[in-house]
Write a protein that binds this ligand. Sequence first.
Ligand code: HEC
Length: 205
Amino acid sequence: MPAFFLVALIIALLPAASASAQSPVIDSARMQTAVKQSWTQAPPEWQTRLTQDETMAACSQYRNNPPRVVAQTIVAREKASIKYPADGKLIGDWKKGQKLAQSGYGGRFTDYPPRTENGGNCYACHQLSGGELSFGTLGPSLLEYGKSRKFSEADVKAVYDRIYNPQAVVACASMPRLGANGHLSIEQIKDLVAYVMSSDSPVNK
Ligand code: HEC
């Protein structure tokens, strides 16, 4: 399981704290300690990921349903993390993007030290092209995503932003922050944008 899912998953597994007097109270400090103690074998460069950043802490506090002002603060902070290609071109090679969308490599203990590039793991959550044998449904289907948006420049940028950092679009989004977390490079994100948004990509056939 990629490391970037771990903290979110552990939080999702915690019992819900409802208004009821019977509900367990979550001791955040104890939870953080338990997470840290569970991953002592994690490589040093992954250890920082065991500590929630400001956005994750706010999403945990409000159980992914932050009040408006908090949501706006999250979106503004996460927007500032997005880096764009120097030449301004957001569309790369869809064929490379297709391979990345199908690859779940990276972030698992068996992937360390890295033997190949990290993948985007998009099919774990989305349908993209029509021919794929299996795909997850946590995210919406992206079949004909570019075509249905007339391949507009604004939507190309929106897809780039979404892959780089989904929390720049939706506060406490369930999609991982693949660019902001350094899991994918700018070049890889361009290739994934091409897979979703090019007219010759199987996603739009
Ligand atoms: C862990 C599951 C997960 C993974 C992995 C994931 N996504 Fe998502 N994605 C979502 C969810 C859930 C949404 C809906 C909004 C939200 O909550 O983030 C979404 C939204 C989107 C949207 C916007 C859809 C719309 O309604 O306009 C795009 C585009 C997208 N994802 C592309 C990708 C691409 C490309 C990849 C691979 C690099 C990817 N996603 C990987 C879960 C995921």
